[in-house]
Design a protein around this ligand. Sequence first.
Ligand code: 9D3
Length: 228
Amino acid sequence: MRIDVLTLFPEVCEPYFAASILGRAQTAGLVTIRCHNIRHYSTDSHRKVDDRPFGGGPGMVLMCQPVKDAVEAVEQEAGGPTTRVVLSPRGERLTQSIASELAGCERLMLIAGHYEGFDERIFELLKPREISVGDYVLSGGEAAAMVLVDAIVRLRPGALGDPDALAEESFTGGLLEYPQYTRPREYEGLVVPEVLFNGDHQKIEQWRREQARRITQERRPDLLDRPG
Ligand code: 9D3
């Protein structure tokens, strides 16, 4: 899988993609992630990428030219058409099911703006999917792109060190995590539940399922109402 990220701040995204699971997935050849500076594609003599909105109003608007040219140049480089995604507060809210769908793409292009909207014609020309990472305001799409890449890459076969981890996730699908403990057995008078020591793995599984259901009921009853 190849993921290209178009952004005004590639230097912010690159170290994130180089670390931990994403870095290892790249070293292992499971995924290639490339960041590209939209500014490099501006044909303006001052490398301008945004301008004031027609009709007035606050903020700046990302111009069509640098974005359109960047997408076309990078698609050439990537070896063909890509599934295009613009990170935008007005997009559909990211879910595990959307991440899973995008993890099935062989070529992905993520486009992030920074504290500004896109010229609407970018959407008409590029026909991207628009994705938001939640109902709060970020100062740019970079953090959202990092979230999306992370959610996607860990779903690719081999990306997680332990193949049981993904299976466990889909098995307990939709529930919040059960309580976990590690050494020591007692800390500041707080003891680890006895059931975890009796060696009865069926009992342990049952306890964990009950706990996961209880915590989900308490904190996110909405998760129990729907599948996935
Ligand atoms: C209508 C005024 N603002 C919309 C809430 C303008 C605006 C603010 C901040 C436009 C873009 C941004 C930067 N945010 C993103 O690019 C973004 C985002 C977000 O802010 N929240 C959740 N998901 C995302 S994905 C991209």
